[in-house]
Design a protein around this ligand. Structure first.
Ligand code: GTP
Ligand code: MG
Length: 290
């Protein structure tokens, strides 16, 4: 019986260590996430549906329960009067420890996947954060590739950009971080997809300045009303530090520009062709001016 008890205690240890190990590595990753910029916390919340600190609370409570079960069953096995009793406690302990993990498996896997995805999100440290925002297909990624060495995917269909893309530019001694975001559609926040929400997270937590591109050319996917609505929404998040800018000027007639200025109820001096690299200086100067 002495031998059986020793074996049972060793097995209990193994099960406990495996189960705890899985949860502890998540706890470690969540603690590291906690030290990062809040922007990454927002990305986490979009993916997992709860804040990182909420998951961390769950994880700590799981670790507490595991620890308690381990100690209780170790004592019961140590004090058991028969081999049958030892076997019974070992089975029960393993079952309870594993089921604790199984019940929370979905959250744990989701959290781990989100952290993995975030670890692939590029570094956003720098002096000034400039978000390039706008509806899908207005030329945001093309502009980023003009302003920086970043080579984002550019293609003629909406939501080509699905996540945050970062480029760097040094201008007048300032380290400027340019953030290309997915397109945002004209619809309420609770109907926005995860791709749009990533853009919203960047606007909320990173934007020092925002360049809002519109496309009023003959190629435009979205009408003026939709673009005005999205512009207003973005402005409600980032405030006054926003530059409205007409892109695709190479394919836009003076009449179309006039219509746009009417719809936006302001003159729009920023007029560029990201494709041809025209008018880009205007944006650079606006970025560095106080
Ligand atoms: N004529 C013209 N086409 C442009 C210009 N800028 C971008 N385009 C084209 O517009 C299309 C979309 O460009 P992207 O840069 O991928 O647009 P985006 O805003 O990043 O699109 P999403 O990632 O889907 O939101 C591509 O076919 C580009 O070549 C421009 O200045 N003039
Ligand atoms: Mg894009």
């Amino acid at each position: 019986m002495v031998r059986r008890r020793a074996i049972a205690l060793a097995r209990l240890n193994t099960v406990y260590n495996v189960v705890r190990g899985e949860v502890e590595s998540l706890a470690r990753a969540l603690r590291l996430l906690g030290e990062l910029h809040v922007f990454y916390h927002e990305l986490y919340s979009i993916e997992v549906g709860e804040k990182p600190e909420e998951t961390l609370r769950l994880v700590y409570s799981m670790l507490g329960t595991m620890n308690r079960l381990y100690r209780e069953y170790r004592a019961m096995i140590a004090g058991a009067g028969s081999i049958a009793e030892i076997n019974y406690y070992l089975r029960e302990a393993s079952g309870r420890l594993l089921s604790l993990l199984r019940r929370k498996r979905r959250v744990i896997e989701k959290a781990a996947a989100a952290i993995k995805a975030i670890s692939r999100t590029p570094d956003v440290s720098g002096d000034i954060h400039v978000i390039i925002a706008g509806m899908p297909q207005v030329g945001k990624s093309t502009l980023l590739s003009r302003l920086s060495k970043a080579r984002p995917e550019i293609a003629p269909y909406p939501f080509t950009t699905k996540s945050i893309i970062v480029g760097h530019m040094v201008y007048w001694d300032k380290r400027i971080v340019l953030i290309d975001t997915p397109g945002i559609l004209d619809r309420p926040l609770d109907e926005k997809n995860k791709i749009e929400l990533r853009a919203a997270a960047a606007l909320r937590s990173l934007a020092d300045k925002t360049v809002f591109l519109i496309d009023v050319s003959k190629f435009s996917y979205y009408n003026l009303t939709e673009q005005v609505n999205v512009y207003r929404w973005v402005k409600s998040i980032v405030g006054e530090n926003i530059l409205l800018c007409i892109n695709k000027i190479d394919a836009t007639s003076p009449d179309m520009i006039k219509n746009a200025e009417q719809a936006f109820d302001q003159s729009i001096p920023c007029r560029i062709s990201a494709l041809q690299g025209k008018g880009i200086e205007y944006i650079k100067k606006w970025i560095v001016q106080e």
